[in-house]
Design a protein around this ligand. Structure first.
Ligand code: C2E
Ligand code: MG
Ligand code: MG
Ligand code: MG
Length: 274
């Protein structure tokens, strides 16, 4: 018995597990300082219409850590969520994005552009979320009608009435909402009608092999049809080839985002490339 326990105890010193634990601790430690030390920046990925014209952009967060190098948001956003750091970080994103939007608002060629900002669940559930958004807009002098908040289906899982109330308030003030990664979550279709949504965003996983996988093609077609019947805009993310774009266009999707049109880049670069 002691032997068995001994063997179990050994599991704690599993070098792989130990390495994982220290990596996470390091990430957490560096992440804590990153905001004060100005290590974050936003990049902007083009959103285009059927004619290939720039209609807007999605703001995407980048972290250049002096210790860890460039860390993917897929790694540090979930960690920032766990730590609660996503709240001040999300506020920084909103402030920075709104300042960019205000700058675009001043230019004749850029005044029409929409800017989409990702909102995490924990950030949205802050009691003062609506005020925080409005203050970011006011501080920057941005046009709320040009700001679009990207939320995911997981947000709709609990406290739905409260979520709808906040969305409705922001919507009344002119902001738009896009349901990101649509099709990967588990939201009931009946919710969709109750939410003040403007746009469905077809997840990259369906777009990726829309030409080769009949199931994903069927899902993409269904999402497009659903958007049309609910009178929502629909945008495809992760468009990497001209063939994917053409398939989507032929099936009624009129807005696109993906490497085919451009990688996420600094704002000046985005504007210069269109
Ligand atoms: P998302 O909101 O679904 O963003 C789209 C992701 O797909 C981005 O990854 C983008 O760089 C990538 N992407 C765009 N086009 C293509 C393509 O053609 N092919 C491929 N393979 N990928 C493409 P990124 O920037 O690494 O961000 C990952 C996720 O991190 C985002 O997914 C979003 O959920 C989250 N995120 C990023 N910035 C923020 C932020 O400011 N706040 C919050 N809360 N989450 C953020
Ligand atoms: Mg997004
Ligand atoms: Mg997405
Ligand atoms: Mg996605």
């Amino acid at each position: 018995r002691a032997k068995a326990m001994g063997r179990n105890a050994l599991r704690f010193f599993d070098p792989e597990m130990q390495a994982e634990i220290s990596a996470r601790a390091a990430l957490e430690g560096h992440l804590r300082q990153a905001l004060q030390q100005d290590q974050f920046r936003l990049v902007y990925q083009a959103q285009v219409d059927q004619g290939g014209r720039l209609i807007g952009a999605e703001a995407l967060l980048r972290w250049d850590s002096p210790q860890l190098g460039a860390v993917s948001p897929a790694t540090f956003i979930p960690q920032a969520e766990k730590m609660g750091l996503i709240v001040p970080l999300g506020q920084w994103v909103l402030d920075t994005a709104c300042r960019q939007l205000a700058l675009w608002g001043e230019g004749e060629d850029t005044a029409h552009l929409m800017l989409a900002v990702n909102i995490s669940m924990r950030q949205f559930h802050q009691p003062d979320f609506v005020e925080q958004v409005l203050m970011a807009i006011a501080r920057a002098g941005a046009n709320p009608a040009r700001l679009k908040l990207e939320i995911t289906e997981s947000l709709l899982l609990d406290n739905t009435e409260n979520v709808i109330a906040k969305m409705t308030m922001l919507h009344a003030l002119g902001l738009g909402f896009s349901l990101d990664d649509f099709g990967t979550g588990y939201s009931s279709l009946s919710y969709l009608k109750r939410l003040p949504l403007d746009q469905l965003k077809i997840d990259r996983s369906f777009v990726q092999d829309v030409l080769t996988d009949a199931n994903n093609a069927a899902i993409a077609r269904t999402i497009i049809a659903l958007a049309h019947s609910l009178e929502l805009e629909v945008i495809a993310e992760g468009v990497e080839t001209g063939e994917q774009r053409d398939w989507l266009a032929a099936h009624g999707c009129h807005a696109y985002q993906g490497y085919w049109f451009g990688r996420p880049v600094p704002a000046e670069e985005l504007i210069a490339s269109f």
